[in-house]
Design a binder for this molecule. Structure first.
Ligand SMILES: [Cu+2]
Length: 660
């Protein structure tokens, strides 16, 4: 038996990590397992007579109206707002939308609607698995595999969304292609594609509609494709000594239900099956004004567009919209303590609805931890005062919320980082396996034609592609009425009264309309969201500045179908007036969608955005020309952006921070 003295810190630790129930539930609290059950059984009761499949594609909270949410947040002891869910199902080859009330713990349908536009809802995980299964059991497919001398039991499949290439709406079927890979003697199946053979599966009928056996491709060697530690043989990389993350007094954050308080921040943390982590009603405490000040009403990923750049028959359609087609939340993976998140992290489970409406629990769907990585929050050494050495340094401790989404071969590590100085940093880290294409080439010197990528190993081409990620950021800087300002840095000539001939200064432009806000900066510009109705003591408008992320320029032709669907990357910055229903940069129904409800069409309304409740949309991008260093698994590549207070505070808000 352990000595009692060792038990005390463990009890304290457990107590601090236990969520304390809130007095009243936050309007953005995700649906509980029980609520999902009530909602889906309410919807199922509407479809008692159908002979066909009924599949659930989205079940999530229906956002209450913003004024109601804000008044609840101002007084969280007031009664909870009525809970409602938004549901998307497929039945009778139609997409049905429902709003279901959860009043008094009972489900009742508030509204129902059959969607008539283009595109289909997010694919369910189960229907992707079923599409693979029907393919693997299809006798002509088995014969095609055997003809290649391959063993059917070593074949695995993956369902690929196929975009849209100009078909009329009536001809756009809800289908996927299933592609196949060979797992014999390696788990790295993405580098062992069985090319030249594919199936097409109709998801509504769940039947295989086409088998294509076009050619027999070479199979790259499995040797050198493994990445599991258990398969590695010496020599090994030089080891580094252990680094411990230790918070002897526990974490500094407090979690009540889904509401988090940490340092000077208060916010709500939620998880959605389409977009993953959602941060909302975030405010920061201003010690000079002695009050909480609003910063962000809601922030989330809107869409992730990944067009591959190989236009040949077996690759041209690979132009994925990962959030709308596969679900960033429903494709999130369980985080591994001590590895995916450091040892001081707290983990959160999430629930989403399975295809049949049953709640599915994802353990460790996201984590939260305080991060100290040796960085400096501010410092100065004063050396000009004779006889005195003044040195002041403050350590940078921040709060990170992390989730990891795995879409097929790719792993996306998605972080929100809140800093005490008011900065919000969002980052996307890419890792996982590159999608390999087979080739007969074994050496670069043999390549005499366009291969749409780089030979990364004998018989393997890494195909060029992009990752464009659009974030939806409903900033409410010290209130809802905000404006978007471009502060252009312009060169000026002097009047010659000093030896200097030139300087730069700032020319401010308040953007009045949506179309004028669209921007891909080519010249130096500062991008501010300000509250024109609130000023600092010296008279500057309070605001936040976007420090943009890596900006990639779309290189597809404007009239190319993937570019029409993926027009979210036409600009890096977009600003719209707040509208509860406008959240989807690539459209609400992106699978096979025709690109007709995207951010392009939303902003073409050219509404007034001056001194209004506005939303900032920021698209960051990575052009990815693969390299050998990314074979057989890719070292993490990170990009991100910051929202930084700019005249939001009257002075450095962390001046009085005592270093932890
Ligand atoms: Cu990539």
């Amino acid at each position: 038996m352990a000595h009692p003295i060792f038990k005390i810190p463990i009890l304290v630790f457990l107590f601090l990590f236990t969520s304390i129930p809130s007095i009243s539930s936050h309007p953005f609290d995700p649906l509980s397992s029980l609520e999902i059950q009530i909602v889906t059984s309410t919807v199922k009761s509407k479809f008692t007579n159908i002979a066909q499949r009924l599949t659930f594609h989205y079940v999530g909270i229906e956002d209450p109206n913003k004024p109601d949410v804000l008044s609840w947040v101002a007084n969280p002891r007031s009664p909870p707002l009525p809970r409602q869910a938004f549901v998307v199902v497929r039945a009778n080859k139609q997409t049905h939308e429902f709003i279901v009330s959860l009043a008094n713990g009972k489900g009742s349908i508030v509204s129902e609607h059959v969607y008539q536009g283009t595109g289909f809802p997010t694919l369910t995980l189960q229907e992707q698995e079923e599409a693979i299964e029907v393919s693997l059991k299809h006798q002509p497919f088995i014969s095609s595999i055997e003809k290649r001398g391959l063993n059917i039991s070593d074949v695995v499949g993956s369902a690929f969304s196929i975009g849209w290439y100009g078909e009329a709406q009536s001809e756009t079927k809800r289908i996927v292609k299933v592609l196949f890979f060979y797992k014999e003697s390696t788990v790295n199946v993405w580098l062992r594609p069985i090319e030249g053979i594919e199936t097409t599966v109709d998801l509504d009928d769940m039947v295989l509609t086409e088998l294509k056996d076009i050619h027999v491709s070479v199979m790259p060697k499995s040797e050198g494709t493994e990445y599991q530690a258990s398969t590695m043989r010496p020599p090994f990389l030089a080891e580094t000594k252990p680094i411990l993350v230790n918070q002897p007094h526990g974490p500094s954050f407090v979690v009540r239900g889904h509401t988090v308080s940490w340092a000077n921040w208060d916010f709500h943390l939620s998880f959605d099956m389409r977009v993953g982590v959602v941060i909302s009603t975030a405010s920061i405490y201003d010690i000079d004004q002695q009050k909480k000040r609003q910063v962000l009403y809601r922030g989330q990923i809107s869409e992730l567009f990944v067009p591959y750049q190989d236009p040949t028959e077996e690759w041209y359609y690979r132009t994925f919209m990962d959030a709308g087609e596969f679900g960033m939340g429903s494709s999130a993976v369980a985080l591994e303590p001590h590895h995916d998140c450091p040892s001081n992290a707290m983990f959160f489970d999430a629930y989403h609805a399975g295809q049949d409406g049953t709640p599915v629990k994802l353990e460790n769907a996201y984590c939260m931890f305080e991060k100290y990585a040796g960085d400096i929050a501010w410092r100065h050494t004063e050396a000009v005062i004779p006889g005195e050495l003044i040195r002041e340094v403050r350590r940078e401790v921040s709060l990170v919320i992390r989730t990891i989404t795995v879409i097929g071969n790719y792993d996306y590590i998605l972080d929100w980082e809140l800093k005490k100085c008011g900065t919000i940093k969002l980052s996307v880290s890419l890792t996982g396996i590159m999608e390999g294409k087979t080739t007969t080439y074994k050496h670069e010197s043999e390549v005499k034609e366009e291969i749409y990528g780089l030979l990364v190993a004998p018989n393997t081409i890494g195909i060029n592609h992009d990752h464009f990620i659009t974030y939806y950021l409903d900033l409410d800087i010290d209130g809802q009425e905000n404006s978007f300002q471009k502060l252009k840095l312009k060169s000026f000539r002097t009047d010659g009264s000093t030896p200097r001939k030139s300087y730069w200064s700032v020319v401010s432009e308040e953007v009045k309309k949506e179309l004028d806000a669209r921007l891909r900066p080519t010249e130096p510009v500062e991008l501010h969201i300000v509250n024109p109705n609130k000023k600092t003591a010296v008279g500057n408008k309070v605001g936040y500045r976007l420090i943009p992320g890596p900006m990639a320029i779309p290189l597809l032709s404007e009239d190319d179908y993937p570019q029409i669907r993926g027009s979210l990357c036409d600009y890096d910055i977009w600003v719209t007036p707040y509208n509860k229903s406008e959240k989807w940069a690539g459209g609400m129904y992106v699978d096979r969608g025709h690109g007709d409800k995207t951010l392009t069409q939303i902003t073409e309304q050219n509404r007034d955005i001056n001194n209004k409740d506005i939303v900032l949309w920021h698209t960051i991008g990575f052009h990815h020309h693969p390299s050998q260093d990314e074979f057989p698994i890719m070292p993490t590549l990170t990009g991100g952006f910051e929202l930084r207070p700019t005249n939001f505070f009257d002075r450095n808000p962390i001046l009085k921070m005592r270093s932890p």
